[in-house]
Ligand binder design. Structure first.
Ligand code: IMP
Ligand code: MG
Length: 181
């Protein structure tokens, strides 16, 4: 449970998210057109809502869904920087096209490390998509191939994204505003 009292101010509406995902799906379809199967890899847990909406906009592609869990913030709002793989893929990606789906690129450590790890498995093509990007926070040189929205340096929740496990079930993205000063 979060330790400090806060309120949530809406930043990106459910409707805007849905419209953006439709556009992203068109970009992904042109990147992965052709007969090869695409393995869509969701990073647990924050991407679970995004991946659910995204794959349903990719209904004319031949896809499989898999998940990977990397260590994250724990219950704080600061990145730990040291990224570990906590739960590996179930399926094989060697020689296959892979799209890694992430909720937010913040410092960049998570996706930099995860893509480095997945490349050791020899995928045919490896691409990344992040719903949100906070470029002001970047510590390593990493840019997702597809990005939903660039946002300022705010701590956000909702649409799968948590604060100490709370608020994942909000249908929109909101920013956390602490009310104890
Ligand atoms: P990075 O390794 O610093 O790029 O962090 C990426 C991960 O940190 C994301 O997958 C999120 O789990 C988490 N994260 C980054 N920013 C936020 C935020 O504003 N709210 C909640 N989680 C965040
Ligand atoms: Mg995460």
């Amino acid at each position: 449970m979060p330790q400090r009292p806060y309120v949530i101010d809406q930043m990106i509406s459910a409707k805007s998210i849905a419209a953006r995902i439709e556009a992203l799906a068109r970009e992904i379809k042109s990147e992965f057109s052709g007969a090869d199967k695409l393995v869509v890899v969701g990073l647990l847990r924050g991407s679970f809502v995004f991946i659910a909406d995204l794959v349903r906009e990719l209904d004319d592609l031949d896809i499989e869904v898999d998940f990977l869990e990397a260590s994250s913030y724990g219950d704080s709002t600061e990145s730990s920087r040291e990224v570990r793989i906590l739960k590996d893929l179930r399926g094989e990606i060697a020689g296959r096209n892979v799209l890694v789906v992430e909720d937010i690129v913040d410092t960049g450590h998570t996706l930099a490390r995860v893509t480095e790890y997945l490349r050791t498995r020899d995928p045919a093509k490896l691409r990344t998509i992040a719903l949100l990007d906070k470029p002001a926070r970047r510590e390593v040189d990493f840019k997702a191939d597809f990005t939903g929205f660039e946002i300022p340096d705010e701590f956000v929740v909702g649409y799968g994204i948590d604060y100490a496990q709370a608020n994942r079930n909000l249908p929109y993205i909101g920013k956390v505003r602490f009310t104890d000063g």
